[in-house]
Design a protein around this ligand. Sequence first.
Ligand SMILES: *[C@@H]1O[C@H](CO)[C@@H](O)[C@H](O)[C@H]1NC(C)=O
Ligand SMILES: *[C@@H]1O[C@H](CO)[C@@H](O)[C@H](O)[C@H]1NC(C)=O
Length: 412
Amino acid sequence: MAHRPFITYFIVYLTIHKISTKQPHILLIVADDYGFHDIGYHNRDFQTPNLDKLALGGVRLENYYVQPICTPTRSQLLSGRYQLKEAGYSTHAVGKWHLGFYKDDYIPTNRGFDSFFGFLTGGETYYTHYLCYDNKCGTDMRDMTHPTDAYNGTYSTTLFAEKAIDVINNHDEDKPLFLYVPFQAVHAPMEVPEKYMEPYRHINDKFRRMVACMDEAVGNITEAMTKRGFWDDTVLVFTTDNGGEIAAGGNNYPLRGWKHSLWDGGMHAVGFVHSKLIGSQMTGSATMELMHVTDWFPTLVKLAKGNLNGTKPLDGFDQWATISWIPPPEYGLPVRDAHEQTTGLNAKNLWLFNIMKDPTEQHDMSETEPGIVTKMLDKLRDYQKSAVPCVYPKPDPRSDPAKLGGFWGPWE
Ligand SMILES: *[C@@H]1O[C@H](CO)[C@@H](O)[C@H](O)[C@H]1NC(C)=O
Ligand SMILES: *[C@@H]1O[C@H](CO)[C@@H](O)[C@H](O)[C@H]1NC(C)=O
């Protein structure tokens, strides 16, 4: 920040002034297992016209990181969502929860959301909404707190778009809206309606069709907001939860790695922000400023004029100034045609890469730069001192849907 020219500060002042008059609507869309190379503006072979239009008319976050698997990203995204409710927002979640549900206290409507429609687990079938896990099988779809099988046969991406549009159409326009739409798409299994075949007749790739359907869903949701006159006052954040699952259609090229991995392909994420509240000189740009998924919470709460005082210490930072006012840098990852992914693992467990100069992690510098390695390991040790160990409880037999009317849901 110290070296930015005076003009930046001047503009920051103007924006803050502009947004301070009103609490914006916030539309937070999460795609599941959506890879770096699975979007039109990173890969010409993908047809995502709605996402491209929003991204290219917004700010693309090209140095943006998430966690390598779903739940850590989702929890970091939402920790303390109560803060938005306190700021007077009407808060709604439509889609995948995956943030715990063993007792009622943990379901979305008890975690700061006025309404919830969706599923609680991490993944299931797209039409029958069915999951077998640890030899236990059940349906997972919920309208508010009630499990339901009324949507058996309805494809989830379309269903969630429709439910999100219902929320928009029923929203009281005097209140700011926080709408969280974590799609099931484009997580495995690869299931998609035939109609999305069209742009991809030449290849037998269900994954791209799932992406096409999600793209259409995003278009429908934004159109509904436009129809109600909300769009000009909306901040849209689009993010993946982790890198693409290359065993299930995803692709992170040119980044190395996949979902679950700590290579950049697992964590260096697709994300962008679109909003009329972003100054015109930033619209259509890409920023290489480092951002992390933990930053959304303080960024959005600040935009919402919520209060961060009551939260536990936060790891993230308010990044609104970064998103709205930093001039686009020259550097960016090249847009290229689909290509073989770099894979391969060996016994080595320590590497050092200069991510800015070597974004595909090809040149290990750990032997030539031992000083940097030591410094980073010291930092890691420091973080680990305050880290809380992960808890992986044994499967609880009481969770079996067979004992819960055939549905996944709270059992305690
Ligand atoms: C959903 O529909 C399918 C196909 O009609 C049927 O086989 C399945 O049993 C249904 N699932 C539930 C949970 O009702
Ligand atoms: C988008 O809206 C159109 C028109 O209502 C509808 O036919 C289509 O199924 C919707 N797509 C999705 C993915 O919801």
